[in-house]
Design a protein around this ligand. Structure first.
Ligand SMILES: [Cu+2]
Length: 301
């Protein structure tokens, strides 16, 4: 009975590893505040908005919303990314994200308030995130140029922790802004040659007078203490061989069961090994080799 249950467990684990319900996504993009690519992508829930439809029609590979990256920029963002193409990183596959529109899906935020910025990833890289806000010259109906982006980031974080599949960066939103703006995020990798670009549309409401900058923070940290670890890629293999060996009963059945368990374990080890090798990324100084984790899916550009 126990062996059967154990085998079912092995099969379930193997199936999860071999056929994950959600395809692994590459690289990353901001999800709080939500970036254009992420909002229009399959998991963003805003693909049907008129802005996203127009972007996709103009060319926006939103299925790879997390792949807006350019190699060998080395911090020369303003020299290398042309005016009017900031949101696409100058990549033609994402040119629809550059459309000047006042109706991009936007996150409403309080100017000057604390905010936990989130940048979704499942393939971690080392590097520095820099968050910039648009200046008062920004007008949504005009193409975004470097002159519309402040020269100094209001937040810069190197190698933040990953929680629930996203880099988490507590910070403070820029003060003195009202209305529609863009938070422009540059993620410069240090263990690959890539730099990632993204535009997050936001609407700043003025801080309510009197209460100052204090905001009621949601009690999310509890989850990290007691909640289940979601990154369980390497965990399942640990208990596998033990369960097969401790089986008691007739001599022949355990041997068959043991042989099956060995095969399953070897399979698991291979899969886990491949996954670990993939997540560890390329050595420093080389471009990220993970071009498209949704390989096999049709490109839409
Ligand atoms: Cu990558």
């Amino acid at each position: 009975m126990d062996t059967r249950r154990a085998l079912v467990a092995f099969a379930a684990v193997a199936a999860t590893l071999l056929f994950p319900a959600v395809p692994a996504s590459a690289h990353g993009a901001p999800t709080s505040p939500m970036s254009r690519g992420a909002a229009c992508g399959p998991e963003g829930g805003r693909a049907e908005s008129s802005a996203c439809r127009a972007a996709i029609a103009a060319g926006a590979a939103v299925r790879e919303w997390d792949n807006i990256r350019v190699a060998r920029i080395d911090g020369r963002d303003r020299e290398r990314i042309p005016d009017g193409e900031l949101c696409s990183g100058g990549l033609s596959a994402y040119r629809g994200l550059d459309l000047p529109r006042a109706d991009w899906p936007a996150t409403t935020l309080t100017a000057g308030a604390r905010h936990t910025f989130r940048y979704r990833t499942t393939i971690p890289h080392k590097g520095t995130f820099r968050f910039y806000v648009t200046t008062d010259s920004y007008a949504p109906e005009r193409r975004l140029t470097w002159a519309d982006v402040e020269t100094k980031p209001f937040l810069a974080v190197t190698d933040p922790p990953i929680r629930d599949g996203a880099y988490e960066m507590p910070g403070r939103l820029p003060a003195g802004r009202t209305g529609r703006h863009i938070i422009y995020v540059i993620w410069q990798n240090s263990n690959t040659q890539d730099t990632y670009y993204s535009c997050s549309d936001v609407v700043f409401r003025a801080a309510s007078g009197g209460s100052g900058a204090r905001t009621t923070r949601k009690a999310t940290p509890a989850a990290s203490a007691a909640g289940p670890r979601t990154l369980s890629e390497s965990a399942p293999a640990a208990g596998v061989p033990v369960a097969a060996v401790t089986e008691t009963g007739p001599v022949t059945r355990p041997m068959v069961v043991g042989a099956v368990a060995v095969v399953v374990t070897a399979l698991l080890a291979t899969v886990v090994g491949l996954r670990l090798r993939r997540t560890s990324g390329p050595p420093p100084g080389r471009p990220c080799g993970v071009r498209n984790h949704r390989a096999g899916r049709r490109r839409i550009w």
